[in-house]
Structures are given as structure tokens and as C-alpha cells.
Design a binder for this molecule. Structure first.
Ligand code: DGL
Length: 274
């Protein structure tokens, strides 16, 4: 069914990526897109590599086979750190050689490098931090760059479960030590943390690298450099929001993250086994 009606896919482990979808839609409002959040298995950040790969691959397969996505933005940092390379090198060339999946690590690193920071802080999920993917990728390009990483597992539950009243105390615990160590910028390497960027900027007077601010320009640039992809994605301005589990709280959160009411639809994704 490939043609001029293919879609842009946006994948996240849960609902945080809706803030990325909102930003992409703000910049490219006509582009037909499908968002898929694996709410049945969120959070990915504390899971094993095997589980993250199996869940991610099942969702990516769904977006390609059922929704005819030509390009998928893997908004989830944990999946980008864990499953992306294996999908790009093993699965894609065999199953969908023409299609593409782009992660968030490389664009985020490019943005940090463009600004010339030499001492960077990073907060993320357990998996992302312990994978060391940001450190390795940054230091491949500039070995002199220092990256101070903190695993911040309490932030996603506080964001998802209405825990904002406790957020400042928890952020102080994670961020003040980084600030004391003289970081020049802080990378928010998790989809959910976009909603904390203003609070972090104000409270700690820090330069924040937020992915919802980076990705729209990077995507527009990518599409310009890849007309073969750009021209087959539909331009009717359609947007679908899919989840693998649906509760009233998820529906409420999704609309909250998007800034207006959206209709979440529950779908079944075939499992590949863990
Ligand atoms: N979407 C995940 C990420 O960006 C955060 C939530 C999770 O742990 O699944 O890393």
C-alpha cells in the first residue's frame, strides 16, 4: 500500500512522547502521523535489554505493517539507547529495507556539540544512564567532553501519577549535585522530562537541552535531505494516537501532555516473546 499516503510514526514506551508529537506537529502540521505509546509495558527504563527489544520491535512492526509508516521517530530514549541499533542493522534491512527509524540520541548529541559545551550533565532512566550511550557517542566525536550522568527513576512515576507536589524536592536531590559540579548544560534524556524543562531552567538557572525543542528542526532538515521519504508521506494533517493499554488516567494524561483533548485508541500489538 506504499504511495503518497504513508505516515510518519512516533514511538514511545508510554505517553511522554506525546510532548514530542506535539512539537513535531507544531512545526510540520500537515504531515500525517501516527503516535504509538506502549502503555501496557511502560516504564521501559527499568527493564532488561531483551524485554525492551521485544516490546520495541513489536510496536515498530505494527507501525510499519498496520499503519504504513515510512519513517518512525523513536522518541523513547530508553528504546533508542537499547534497541535502535539492532533494529536498524538486523531487522530493517531484512523486513523493510526502504523504511527508516530515527532515534533521539544522535540529534541530541548534535545539539550539544553545536553549542560547544565541554561539561554536560544528563538525567535519564536507569537503562539510558547505565547504557552509557550518550557518553560513548559524544566522546567518539570529542573525547575531551565530560558527561556527568544521573539515573533519575523517580521522575517518570511522579509525572505520570500526579506527584508534582513532590517534584521540587526530588529534582533538588538529583540536580543540585550536578549544578555544584559546574555543568554548562543539562540534557533531559527522557520523553517525560520535557514537561519539567521550564521548572528546571527557572529553579536551577541552567541551560537545558530539551528534545521537544530539538527534534522538529532535525526532522524538517532530515525530510529536506531525503525527498524520497518526504514525498510519500501524506500531507492531510491527520493524526492518530494509539496505545497498547487504555485507562481513564492515560486518557487524561495524554490530553494534558498534548495541551488539548485527544482521542486515544487502544490497539493490540503482537508479542515477540521476551
Ligand atoms: N520513554 C522513556 C524514555 O524516554 C521513559 C519512560 C520509561 O521508562 O519507559 O526513556
Amino acid at each position: 500500500m506504499a504511495g503518497q499516503n504513508m505516515k510518519l510514526g512516533i514511538f514511545d514506551s508510554g505517553l511522554g512522547g506525546i510532548m514530542i508529537a506535539k512539537a513535531l506537529r507544531g512545526a510540520l502540521p500537515d504531515l500525517d502521523m501516527v503516535y504509538l505509546g506502549d502503555t501496557l509495558h511502560v516504564p521501559y527504563g527499568k527493564r532488561s535489554e531483551k524485554a525492551i527489544y521485544a516490546y520495541t520491535r513489536a510496536c515498530i512492526e505494527y507501525l510499519f505493517s498496520e499503519k504504513d509508516c515510512r519513517l518512525i521517530i523513536m522518541a523513547c530514549n530508553t528504546a533508542s539507547a537499547s534497541a535502535l541499533r539492532k533494529l536498524q542493522q538486523g531487522y530493517l534491512p531484512q523486513a523493510y529495507p526502504e523504511r527508516r527509524i530515527l532515534g533521539v540520541v544522535v540529534p541530541t548529541i548534535e545539539s550539544a556539540l553545536e553549542h560547544g559545551y565541554s561539561r554536560i550533565g544528563l538525567i535519564g532512566t536507569n537503562y539510558t544512564v547505565h547504557s552509557n550511550v550518550y557518553r560513548e557517542e559524544l566522546q567518539k566525536i570529542n573525547p575531551a567532553i565530560e558527561i556527568l550522568q544521573v539515573n533519575t527513576p523517580l521522575l517518570v512515576p511522579l509525572i505520570e501519577d500526579d506527584g508534582m507536589a513532590w517534584m521540587e524536592d526530588v529534582l533538588d536531590h538529583y540536580i543540585l549535585p550536578l549544578k555544584e559540579q559546574g555543568i554548562e548544560a543539562l540534557v533531559l534524556s527522557c520523553t517525560h522530562y520535557s514537561c519539567l524543562k521550564d521548572l528546571i531552567r527557572e529553579r536551577y538557572d541552567l541551560t537545558v537541552i530539551a528534545q521537544d525543542e530539538i527534534l522538529p528542526e532535525k526532522l524538517a532538515d532530515y525530510l529536506m535531505r531525503h525527498p524520497e521519504i518526504d514525498r510519500v508521506i501524506g500531507r492531510k494533517g491527520e493524526a492518530e494516537f494509539l496505545v497498547t493499554d487504555l485507562t481513564p488516567n492515560y486518557a487524561h494524561k495524554a490530553s494534558d501532555f498534548y495541551g488539548r483533548t485527544i482521542d486515544l485508541q487502544k490497539i493490540e500489538v503482537m508479542s515477540y516473546g521476551v
